[in-house]
Design a protein around this ligand. Structure first.
Ligand code: ATP
Ligand code: MG
Length: 566
């Protein structure tokens, strides 16, 4: 049979899986994506989602969605719901029902007792601080807890009492008995269970002891028949513990852990803890703020599932830690929107322009293409009258060298329409421009003027065809390349990470959006526009209302990241 490949195939993990499947013909691949429901998913999670789901799809295997819900003090149902929603939105379907580590609490408890009975685990009474102190460092060995040699019976009794709520949080914990002088700190008697008196979203008040990640993860993988357990490089040392637990308990299936490098994105914060700080301090509005790279933030900004999947394909999967350029993410969405966004005109920072040689009640309608290269995307009508808005920055009162747009005495072409010449300006008593008075050369529609230079083209909107809208322009949230690395990352915020403009879009377009707004909000199916010369935009599905349309800039027309740095 011909080997099935995909653009995701070109990575070392794919080769590992291929070899494993070749060696064991009866093996059916099963991967998992194991989020902790303590926050929303971000673009780093998307890398792991694509890897796990695409590999499973490629080999006709399964990918489980398992909530790694072993710490009720940080977890919430709203996070579970958002995670499910984001995975579906990205285009993936998990195997069967949803799995939860909490479903295995009883089994995990029994495996913990098994370790105690084998004299491989003990109940410790040291405080958290003492445990840390006794653990030693990379260059000095740890030392044994004075409680390490309790007998098995006593350990079993104390563990039972922990479960029954006899002790306070932090008073006792269960630790594996491995080796306090192991060169691998994770192997220095790691904590397996701790006491937490917080109601759990799934098991309610049934448990007051909760397994640690390292204990729950490998056993959950084993219970679910996971064949390949992929995690990020930080867990390389934990693999020893992963295997130790599986080898020393009576589990019947042995999954294998493989590590890959996590995604780090320039100018971005991906750590959930740090995103929470940004929200708590009201630096960003919520998990779906378009300035952060959560899946919901990217969606709100106008990213599509396919652009995120394309990005994950492009960055690949390796064991090399690196920092990915933000422009790579932008490239993926720009490329897609270039092919499908409806072209229309919007004026974000309007200034009035009056064409004095055209009658007040004169109106002309131009039918313009929605896309220059795709006639199948249709056309729309643009209304032309004697008073229009143009972009403030498309006019300069004072002559500036190399300025190619409108200035007194020079010509410009209005997109789809005529060549005009600025003759004078009208100002109010404070010196602000009220309007630019221009002459419209009515012989120049669709024609290159003879003996005259072809002027630059600017966009515009007739006042009669204008609909007031808000535009949100986003810049990077941090001024430095790698804010994630900074302890005090809040010192590097860009004060201008959002710029709000109040301008106009074409009325015909606004009417179409208003008709569809409820539908696009409930179905989460955004509309994408290229506002000519300004950028790619989408409707803000959270704050827009039928009588107030708000647009988010998804991405600029060209890559400006590298240019801005110089
Ligand atoms: P955070 O650091 O954001 O809190 P986490 O690793 O604690 O992330 P989990 O919910 O435990 O978040 O992650 C679920 C899965 O996603 C894990 O398998 C983890 O390895 C993977 N993952 C998380 N962050 C990244 C990343 N930046 N790049 C690749 N994979 C990631
Ligand atoms: Mg985690």
């Amino acid at each position: 049979m011909k080997e099935k490949t995909s653009e995701y195939s070109n990575n070392f993990i794919y080769n590992i899986v291929k070899e494993d499947l070749k060696k064991n013909k009866f093996l059916s691949l099963r991967t998992r994506f194991p989020p902790e429901p303590n926050g929303y998913l971000h673009i780093g999670h998307a890398k792991s989602i694509c890897l796990n789901f695409e590999l499973a799809n490629l080999h006709n295997g399964d990918c489980n969605l398992r909530f790694d819900d072993t710490n009720p003090s940080k977890e919430k149902i709203k996070y579970i719901n958002s995670i499910k929603n984001d995975i579906k939105w990205l285009g993936y379907q998990w195997n069967k029902e949803i799995f939860y580590s909490s479903k295995y609490f009883l089994k995990l408890y029994q495996y913990a007792k098994e370790l105690i009975k084998k004299n491989l685990a003990y109940v410790d009474q040291l405080t958290k601080e003492q445990i840390r102190e006794y653990r030693g460092t990379l260059i000095s060995p740890g030392k044994n807890s004075p409680y390490r040699n309790r007998n098995i019976k006593e350990n079993l009794e104390l563990f039972k009492k922990m479960k029954e709520g006899y002790f306070n949080e932090g008073e006792m914990c269960l630790r594996a008995k491995i080796n306090m002088s192991s060169p691998y700190i994770v192997m220095r008697d790691p904590v397996l269970y701790r006491i937490i008196y917080t109601k759990h979203h799934q098991t309610k008040n049934q448990w007051c002891i909760y397994p640690m990640y390292d204990f729950a993860h490998c056993i959950s993988d084993s219970i679910e028949g996971i064949t390949h357990s992929f995690c990020t490089l930080e867990f390389q040392d934990n693999k020893r513990l992963y295997n130790w637990i599986l080898e020393n308990t009576s589990v019947s299936h042995y999954p294998k852990q493989y590590e890959f490098s996590r995604l780090n994105l320039k100018h971005s914060i991906l750590s959930k803890r740090k995103i929470k700080t940004l929200i708590e301090r009201k630096i960003i509005n919520n998990w779906d703020d378009p300035r952060i790279q959560t899946i919901s933030g990217l969606r709100r900004k106008g990213y599509t599932p396919s652009s995120i999947r394309e990005f994950c394909k492009k960055i690949g999967v390796t064991k090399q830690n690196n920092l990915i350029e933000f422009s790579m993410l932008e490239y993926c969405i720009r490329n897609e929107l270039n092919a499908k966004a409806i072209r229309t005109m919007a004026v974000l920072d309007p200034i009035k322009l009056y064409l004095y040689n055209i009658d007040d009640n004169y109106q002309e309608i131009f039918t313009v293409p929605n896309h220059p290269k795709k006639p199948e995307l249709g056309t729309h009508e643009v209304i032309f009258t004697n008073t229009i808005y143009i972009e403030r920055e498309d006019f300069k009162e004072k002559h500036e060298k190399n300025y190619k747009r409108l200035k007194i005495g020079t010509e410009i072409r209005l997109r789809y329409a005529y060549i005009i010449k600025a003759e004078r300006i009208e100002k109010d008593i404070y010196g602000n421009i009220i309007q630019i008075i221009c002459f419209c050369d009515l012989k120049t529609l669709g024609k290159k003027p003879t003996n005259r230079k072809n002027p630059a083209v600017i966009h515009w909107i007739s006042i009669k065809n204008s609909y007031a809208s808000e535009f949100r322009l986003y810049e990077k949230l941090f001024n430095i390349d790698n804010p994630e690395q900074e302890k005090n990352f809040l010192l590097f915020l860009n004060p201008k990470s959002i710029i709000i403009k109040n301008g106009f879009i074409e009325k015909k377009i606004s009417e179409k959006i208003q008709q569809k707004i409820n539908n696009i909000k409930t179905k989460n199916k955004n509309l994408f526009f290229q506002f000519e010369r300004v950028g790619y935009f989408c409707v803000d599905l959270v704050d827009s209302k039928k009588d107030k349309l708000i647009f988010n800039r998804t991405v600029s027309l060209r890559d400006t990241w590298n240019k801005k740095k110089n």
